[in-house]
Design a binder for this molecule. Structure first.
Ligand SMILES: [Zn+2]
Ligand SMILES: [Zn+2]
Ligand SMILES: [Zn+2]
Ligand SMILES: [Zn+2]
Length: 593
């Protein structure tokens, strides 16, 4: 590294020990890098480059034998390829021999590993320096989309830049990398490092949220028969999941697909079903604690069915004490769980958890649904958003760029490595995240209680009145008697509700259902169409009713804009949902504390 001009003799002496240095030579005015296996010599009055033997730097035995050390000679053993962060080196393994007692030494596997090399094969024809692996792992955690080929290109470029040559075998690199990380994982396990638990909330987890990620699919055409190393560590074994799903099917006749809120049955699957024929795994369902630590995952094979979150819930139940279980469709999932636990009594302990509709997703549900199920309105949930799984999913989605072309086992291993990397970063930053969160929450709690106080003073209502109001709103929301009147106005009302729910759901799932721009474009067009229909219907409705009972278009617009990215507490209540003026005065304040 340091710039230094050496004469030919000094170069040979100096770089006999420092084999891996990058060197450059200047002969006849040509300045160029030279590999370690080349040195400069003077022949017939001219300087030329000549090959020389260079040995791999390794640990050496303290004593080879009891003879006089001057009798020991050093020579070149087998050829070996070393790959480190500077690229590829072609070197020789050292070989020590004693002239007197004829004992010999050449580094075996444990010597090489102690020297910081990872043999890619049994005979150590190729060695990887372990810091390449840790660099690669770090880069994969920071930039999950980076491919192995990209990284190897970088190493090969460095090989060439420093005057060396040769390619690096991609499959050998991949295999060794996984082997190394798996050994690392086992070592840490022996030291009782837990990778898939959260130090902040074990053993009493307040909230765990689960959601599917449909971008983590895998194409069928990469076939491989090797077994994964990290089997069942992060991603549950496929056999276990499928046997559970089968059991459920046999008990319940049909496992409903992921439903949607309200009466609408909007088929999300049409576009994906077409593609599904080329896919093996269709996605990944992950469970995450409220601090964003990944706990467990499973491969999805038949779309997002309720059996998947149920499996995760059952798995985690055994290990942790979960209080809230968050999903983006709790309003449908919980009744399903209640039904299932009747026919499968072993599931009934799961009902001790509380349902929790993630706060942002609640915006894609009807207002009544939001009041009943949203995490904002669950006592004891605090500022839990139930959206932590979205962060993890957006991280994992970036890995999908490379994992979708891998074989089954490679995908499993790489996703586990990514998940471990993610959790490690979470663990390392936990103290900062927690203290930040604490300060923020305290401040927010103060501000909110101040707001409540101001509001109740403004409206001149005492504490127990507020309680009564909250109770009334709950009552209103749980009342789901269906209006069956069939006159024009009511049909129009229902169709407005219907279209509006459809628009919410389409908007909310625009990005998480598909990673194809073309399909998104198509959906966006449909969305605009639906929205136009909605406003047409509203206009027709407003013409029929007195102005006071009409729908304010701006309110609808602002509510729609909140789906997917909104914050705030606007809620949209259709005029016909308001029964009496008493209710109306509460609802118009728009805050459910
Ligand atoms: Zn010199
Ligand atoms: Zn000897
Ligand atoms: Zn709902
Ligand atoms: Zn946690």
């Amino acid at each position: 590294m340091p710039e230094e001009w050496l004469c030919m003799e000094c170069d040979i002496i100096c770089h006999k020990k420092l084999v891996l240095h990058n060197r450059e030579s200047c002969i006849d005015g040509f300045y160029r890098p030279i590999p370690p296996t080349v040195c400069c010599v003077k022949e017939n009055g001219r300087c030329t480059l000549k090959n020389q033997v260079r040995l791999l730097p390794t640990v050496r035995p303290d004593r080879l034998c009891t003879c006089d050390p001057t009798n020991i000679t050093e020579s070149a053993g087998r050829v070996t390829i070393l790959v480190c962060i500077n690229g590829r080196y072609d070197l020789y393994l050292p070989n020590l021999a004693c002239r007197v007692c004829l004992s010999q030494w050449t580094p075996d596997r444990s010597d090489l590993i102690r020297s910081g090399y990872w043999p890619a094969s049994v005979n150590s024809e190729t060695l990887f320096s372990v810091d390449v692996f840790s660099t690669f792992e770090e880069m994969k955690t920071v930039a999950p989309g980076l491919s192995r080929q990209g990284f190897l290109r970088l190493l090969e470029q460095r090989t060439e830049q420093f005057g060396r040559s040769g390619k690096i075998h991609g499959d050998a690199f991949q295999r060794s990398f996984v082997e190394y990380t798996f050994c690392q994982f086992l070592c840490e396990k022996m030291a009782n490092v837990e990778h898939f638990t959260c130090p902040a909330c074990t053993p009493n987890m307040l909230a765990v949220s689960a959601d599917g990620n449909r971008k983590l699919y895998r194409f069928q055409h990469s076939k491989g028969s090797e077994e994964p190393y990290f089997e069942g560590i992060f991603i549950a074994k496929d056999v276990d999941v499928s046997s559970f799903v089968e059991e459920i099917r046999s008990k319940a006749k049909s496992t409903p697909g992921k439903g949607t809120c309200g009466a609408t049955q909007w088929s999300a699957a049409r576009e994906t079903a077409r593609r599904a024929s080329k896919l093996d795994e269709e996605g990944l369902e992950v469970a995450v604690c409220r601090h964003g630590v990944i706990l467990k995952g499973l491969n999805m094979y038949r779309g997002e069915i309720f059996a998947y979150p149920l499996f995760l819930q059952k798995e985690l139940q055994a290990a942790t004490n979960i209080h809230f279980y968050c999903t983006d469709i709790s309003c449908k999932y919980w009744p399903y769980l209640q039904k299932m636990s009747v026919s499968m009594p072993e599931l009934s302990p799961l009902l001790q958890m509380r349902p929790f509709l993630s706060v942002m997703h609640a915006k894609a549900h009807s207002t009544k649904c939001e009041i009943v199920w949203s995490g904002r309105n669950q006592e004891g949930a605090g500022a839990t958003a139930g959206e932590e799984v979205e962060m993890v999913n957006s991280f994992l989605s970036r890995c999908a760029l490379t994992t979708k072309f891998m074989t089954k086992s490679a995908r499993n291993d790489m996703l586990t490595v990514h998940a471990i990397g993610w959790n490690r970063r979470k663990h390392d930053g936990l103290h900062l995240a927690l203290s930040n969160r604490y300060v923020k929450t305290v401040r927010k709690a103060e501000a909110e209680s101040q707001r409540l106080e101001n509001l109740s003073r403004e409206l001149g209502c005492p504490e127990n009145m507020v309680q009564q109001w909250v109770h009334d709103v709950r009552q209103w929301a749980t009342d789901d008697s269906i209006d069956v009147r069939q006159d024009d106005q009511h049909i129009l009302q229902r169709s407005i509700e219907h279209i509006c729910m459809g628009v919410y759901q389409k908007k909310a799932s625009l990005y998480n259902q598909t990673d194809s721009n073309k399909i998104r474009q198509m959906r966006r067009r449909k969305l605009v169409e639906e929205k136009r229909k909605l406003f047409e219907a509203i206009k027709r409705y407003n013409e029929q009713v007195p102005e006071k009972e009409g729908i304010t278009e701006q309110m609808v617009e602002s509510r729609l804009s909140m789906v997917g990215h909104g914050s705030g507490e606007d809620s949209l209540i259709w005029p016909w949902e308001v029964h009496s003026t008493a209710y109306r005065s509460i609802l118009l304040t728009g805050s459910f504390v």
